[in-house]
Ligand binder design. Structure first.
Ligand code: PMP
Length: 444
């Protein structure tokens, strides 16, 4: 293949069908907030590769740190010895942890691996088996992680049996509770906590329950921030019963929501926190962190893997932490966030769209606009398959045609905005303009 379209045809023929794509274009290079395709198109990136390249593509300081590390130590196998970048990253991350009790780390390669590692830690530490997950939660596609994911059946359909011992309970998102979009936060929290209480009484006894895992901002399931009272409720249940509370900050961490970690909005401390994505701005790196006493219970050799804690990714992550501080990334997130919310709230109030946009929500630059779905997602496969082709999919497709990479979430008609955390005011405005034009074309 030589031309851009020949490359696309080659990809369509030879890349496994199980991987889906927003577009069949071929990314050739990327810099900052833009991705350049083989056909010459330069696209503004409001996906950041699903919330990963928060510091922009190929941030010079991060790429330089990785390049330097490539010439110093590439494979510092974690079961052979410590490596300098491993320890230097821990040193750099400790001060930004949401609670000083989170002082013991372990690095892995992907979010899925890390959520499974967190569960292994909880099962081993408690001697219990079951895990409670949230309806709409997403923790990855490997077997254990997919068992804990409840955002779409496509991840599990045809892959059964999954890991046993997983119980799900409502996240305080109106869809999960069969409530209207204007349901009050108080009712949502109360109903969710009642469901959890019933689950512990009817299906998984506290003494069999190792962990509760929750995204403090529900990600793939709809970009819904967990109210403070809900996380406080979970903390209280976990404290009462000796259950490990795991926060999955894979998508919501590292400044995405305007604080270093989104759980800081609640002040609730997890026992274990899962990190990935923004941690290394595109280099495959994830991690778990907990208090020392939990990790110290593990037997040496039970965790890890050939590539876990790759020095190049670790060096990049350390540079990311430097950039976060040097470039005052959180300040930019909060300034741009206000502009994005103002824009979306205005659209929502516009009589042309007020019956179409049912919700605007999120935190920082993890923001969603939810559209009215013509029908509630049905249980029959044919209707389910066509549901995502609703307004959100049409809208994101129009945006792509117009030069803006934008994604939808899960089964509901929700479009998510995850631009770079250091996006300029001009580029954010440019993306919002494209979105507004696409919306006008899709909603008549
Ligand atoms: N947890 C959350 C909250 C996520 O958003 C994701 C990925 N979207 C994962 C876990 C899985 O991460 P990975 O794709 O790196 O396995």
């Amino acid at each position: 293949p030589s031309t851009a379209s020949e490359l696309t045809d080659f990809g369509v023929r030879h890349v496994g069908k199980g991987v889906s794509r927003l577009t069949n274009g071929v990314m050739a290079s990327a810099k900052g907030s833009y991705v350049t395709f083989e056909d010459g198109r330069k696209m503004l990136d409001f996906t950041t590769g699903i919330g990963v390249t928060g510091l922009g593509h190929c941030h010079p300081k991060v790429s330089q740190a990785a390049a330097d590390q490539c010439l110093t130590l590439v494979h510092g196998q974690c079961s052979v010895a410590f490596s300098t970048p491993y320890l230097r990253l821990i040193e750099r991350l400790m001060p930004v942890m949401p609670d000083p009790s989170l002082d013991t780390f372990m690095f892995l390669n992907s979010g899925s691996e890390a959520t499974e590692a967190a569960l292994k830690l909880a099962r081993h530490a408690t001697g219990r088996q079951n895990v409670i997950v949230m309806q709409g939660g997403y923790h990855g596609r490997t077997y254990g992680a997919v068992a804990m994911s409840k955002s779409k059946t496509i991840y599990s359909e045809g892959f059964l049996p999954l890991m046993p011992g997983v119980f799900s309970t409502a996240f305080p998102y109106w869809h999960q509770l069969g409530l209207p979009p204007n349901a009050s936060e108080e009712v949502l929290v109360q109903q969710s906590l009642i469901q959890l209480e019933h689950l512990l009484q009817q299906q998984t006894a506290p003494t069999d329950t190792a962990a509760i895992i929750v995204e403090p901002v529900l990600g793939e399931g709809g970009y819904v921030p967990a109210p403070k009272a809900f996380l406080e409720g979970l903390r209280a249940v976990c404290d009462k019963h000796g259950i490990i509370l795991i926060f999955d900050e894979v998508q919501s961490g590292f400044g995405r929501t305007g604080k270093y970690f989104s759980c800081e909005y609640s002040g609730v401390r997890p026992d274990v926190m899962v990190m990935a994505k923004g941690l290394a701005n595109g280099f495959p790196l994830s991690g778990i962190v907990s208090r020392k006493e939990l990790m110290d219970k593990q037997k040496p050799g039970t965790m890890g893997g050939t590539y876990c804690g790759n020095p190049v990714a670790l060096a990049a992550a350390r540079a990311c932490a430097d950039v976060m501080a040097e470039e005052k990334i959180l300040e930019n997130v909060n300034a741009r966030s206000k502009e994005l919310f103002t824009f979306l709230d205005k659209l929502r109030q516009d009589p042309k769209y007020s019956s179409v946009i049912v919700d605007v929500r999120g935190r920082g630059l993890m923001v969603a606009a939810e559209f009215a779905a013509p029908t509630y997602p049905a249980h029959d496969p044919a209707a389910n398959a066509s549901a995502p082709k609703g307004i959100a999919a049409r809208l994101t497709a129009r945006c792509v045609d117009k030069g803006l990479l934008l994604l939808a979430t899960s089964i509901f008609q929700t479009v998510r905005f995850i631009p770079p955390l250091n996006i300029s005011q001009e580029d954010l405005a440019k993306g919002m303009k494209i979105f507004e034009e696409a919306l006008a074309e899709v909603v008549h």
